[in-house]
Each structure stands twice: as structure tokens, then as C-alpha cells.
Design a protein around this ligand. Structure first.
Ligand code: SAM
Length: 344
């Protein structure tokens, strides 16, 4: 019997995501050869547009749309075969001038979606050196990619998380306990009034990357934030004695978790809630406009989920009679959120 490997890094490679996608049956809407020919033409046109240097933004947005369209018209298997075609093209080398795209593609921390990558999206000062070192074209490309809809959605998610934590802090006064799973650099804490005003008893922030845990230790020394070097695997095997929380959440994690692991983690998180506590998980939404660009130029594959797939995880994890559950999209529609509140 095959075993699911839970550990952090092994979960988050394009290969594991592709393997999950391969299992989804899908009809071939246009033949592979046809798609390949279309793609070659689009890339050639993009190369031409880039070489004239007339309007980088328009050219980048155009190839973004083209990739999204082709991706939506072919089976996951055909799309998988087209990804290297894009990655080996001269347009890809051009795109690498963007420090955000390059970081995503090269994965300096050895896995996809690390917290430093997110700092490019947050336009955080920690990314400034890499931006300053980029070519003028690279800097323009960064302006474009960091303004994309998916990037805007991640900033919206950060702000939404701050709001949730602040509400818990406001409601419970000084005793609120929060757990963040896959916390990264915990940028949502930077503008948290609850943290600033001492309304949190503790904010445990768990991540599998020691560099990110170190960053949180520096940034939040002397606050209620308790950075913790830990993994989903550790949570699922009851390695830590964390106690219970009023609010548990995971953002930027479920996008890498196959359904079975997502369900196991959801069950575990529900067990870690106090009465009336809330668990939230976020996931990039199926059909986002930047999916093709991310999977090719950025080599950043995610398990995109629909509202139905979010409900499926909820329904497989909890008894719906004991909770109040909601699934909704953020305002910009690129990220879908699930909240599960214990009735008692
Ligand atoms: C996309 S980042 C999200 C960071 C943060 N939540 C945010 O929204 O900015 C994903 C984070 O998940 C962490 N991570 C990935 N797999 C993990 C696992 N199995 N256990 C714990 N952390 C994990 C990574 O180290 C990384 O910091």
C-alpha cells in the first residue's frame, strides 16, 4: 500500500501537485498538437513584442491571458507536456529578469512558495535588495507581476487574517490564543492591533522552515508571538503539546496538500480548538487568471480548489451538526476561504 509522505518539503514540489492533477479525469478539448502549435505562435509573438520593448506590460498581460486560455482548453496531461515548452523558450529567460519570477522558478530554499517569495508579493523591504539588483526591465516586470490579480489576492488574504486575529483579540480581551500553521514570516501580525494592544495571551506561529522561524523570532521578540519550528507531519502525529486555541488558521498551505492530507489536518485542527473556537483555511481558487503564468514561468504549481472542493474537505472532516461552516471567496475572487466554528 502506498504511504502518504507528510513532511514539509516533500509536500510542496511541482511534481507532487502534478501527480495529484493527473488523477483528475478530464476530456481533451483540443488536440495536443494543436495546442502546441498555438503555444509556439504565442511565444514567438511575445518574444517579438519583448524585443521591440514597446509595451512590456501589455505583452506580459497578453502572454498571461494566452497561457491561461490554453491551460483551460487542454487536459491536465497535455498541459503538463506544454509546461517545459514554455520554460525552455527564450521568453522564459527574458522573464527571469523579474526577481520575483526568478525566485519562484529557482526555489533557493529548496521548495515552492517560501516566505521570502511571499515577501516579493507583500512588497516587503526584505525583498528590496533583489529588486534593486535587477535590470531596469526586471524592475518593470516586477512592477507588473507583483500587481497581478493573484498577488493582490495574497495581500488581501494577509489583511483578512489580521482582521480575524484582531476580532478574536477584541472579543476575548487579553486571553485569546491563536495558532498559525505554515506561518512563513507572519506578516499579518505587523499590523495587528490585538498583538499591539496585548489582547493575545499567545500567538503560536508554526513553520517547517528554520529560516522563517528565525525571521519571526527577530521580528516579534518580546511579543505574544511564539515562533515554532514544526511541521504538518508533527501536528498529525501529535508530536507537540500545544493545548487548545480560540483561532487556528492556515494560509498558503492547503494549496499544496492533497485531499487526504487536507482532511487529516482539518480534523486535527478542529481537535485543537476550544469550545466556540474557529478554524480557517485558505486556498487559491480554481480557474484563476494567473494559473498558466505561475505554473510555467514561475514553476509554481498549486492545487487550486473550487468552493465545492472546499466543502468536500469540510464535510469529510467534521460533523456538520456540531459546527457553523462557511465557504466564500475574497473580494478579488482569486482565493477561497473556509471557516469552521465549533458550536460548543
Ligand atoms: C506560501 S507560504 C505562506 C506563509 C504565510 N502563511 C503567508 O500567508 O504569508 C507557505 C509556508 O508554508 C510552510 N510549509 C510548507 N509545508 C509545511 C509543512 N508541511 N509544515 C509546516 N510548514 C509548512 C513553508 O515553510 C512556508 O513558510
Amino acid at each position: 500500500m502506498s504511504q502518504i509522505v507528510f513532511d514539509g518539503m516533500s509536500l510542496i514540489t511541482p511534481d507532487t501537485v502534478a501527480a495529484e492533477l493527473r488523477t483528475a479525469a478530464s476530456e481533451h478539448r483540443i488536440a495536443a498538437d494543436n495546442a502546441r502549435a498555438q503555444l509556439a505562435l504565442m511565444l514567438q509573438l511575445t518574444e517579438l513584442r519583448f524585443s521591440t520593448g514597446v509595451d512590456l506590460e501589455q505583452a506580459t498581460m497578453r502572454i498571461n491571458q494566452d497561457l491561461h486560455q490554453i491551460r483551460s482548453q487542454v487536459s491536465p496531461q497535455v498541459w503538463e507536456s506544454l509546461v517545459p515548452v514554455v520554460q525552455d523558450h527564450a521568453v522564459s529567460a527574458f522573464m527571469m529578469q523579474d526577481p520575483f519570477t526568478r525566485w519562484s522558478f529557482e526555489k533557493p530554499r529548496g521548495y515552492s512558495g517560501d516566505a521570502q517569495l511571499l515577501d516579493f508579493i507583500y512588497r516587503h523591504p526584505s525583498a528590496q535588495d533583489a529588486i534593486t539588483a535587477a535590470s531596469p526591465v526586471g524592475q518593470t516586470l516586477y512592477q507588473i507581476t507583483s500587481a497581478s490579480q493573484s498577488s493582490a489576492a495574497v495581500r488581501e488574504r494577509r489583511d483578512l487574517l489580521t482582521t480575524y486575529v484582531d476580532e478574536v483579540g477584541e472579543t476575548l480581551g487579553g486571553g485569546a490564543e491563536v495558532l498559525t500553521i505554515a506561518a512563513g514570516h507572519l506578516r499579518e501580525a505587523n499590523s495587528s492591533a490585538a498583538l499591539r494592544n496585548g489582547q493575545l495571551a499567545r500567538w503560536v506561529a508554526l513553520d517547517q522552515d528554520p529560516l522563517s522561524v528565525g525571521s519571526m523570532m527577530r521580528d516579534f521578540a518580546g511579543t505574544a508571538v511564539e515562533p515554532m519550528d514544526g511541521s504538518v507531519a508533527g501536528l498529525l502525529t501529535d508530536t507537540y503539546e500545544l493545548g487548545q486555541f480560540d483561532f487556528v488558521y492556515a494560509a498558503g498551505l492547503y494549496d499544496y496538500l492533497p485531499r487526504k492530507v487536507a482532511i487529516r489536518l482539518t480534523k486535527k485542527c478542529m481537535q485543537m480548538l476550544k469550545p466556540k473556537g474557529t478554524f480557517l483555511f485558505a486556498n487559491f481558487a480554481a480557474g484563476i487568471p494567473d494559473d498558466g503564468f505561475m505554473e510555467t514561468f514561475m514553476n509554481w504549481s498549486l492545487l487550486l480548489r473550487s468552493e465545492e472542493e472546499m466543502w468536500d474537505i469540510i464535510n469529510a472532516s467534521v460533523d456538520r451538526n456540531t459546527v457553523d461552516a462557511h465557504v466564500y471567496h475574497g473580494d478579488n475572487r482569486n482565493i477561497v476561504y473556509a471557516t469552521i466554528r465549533k458550536n460548543d
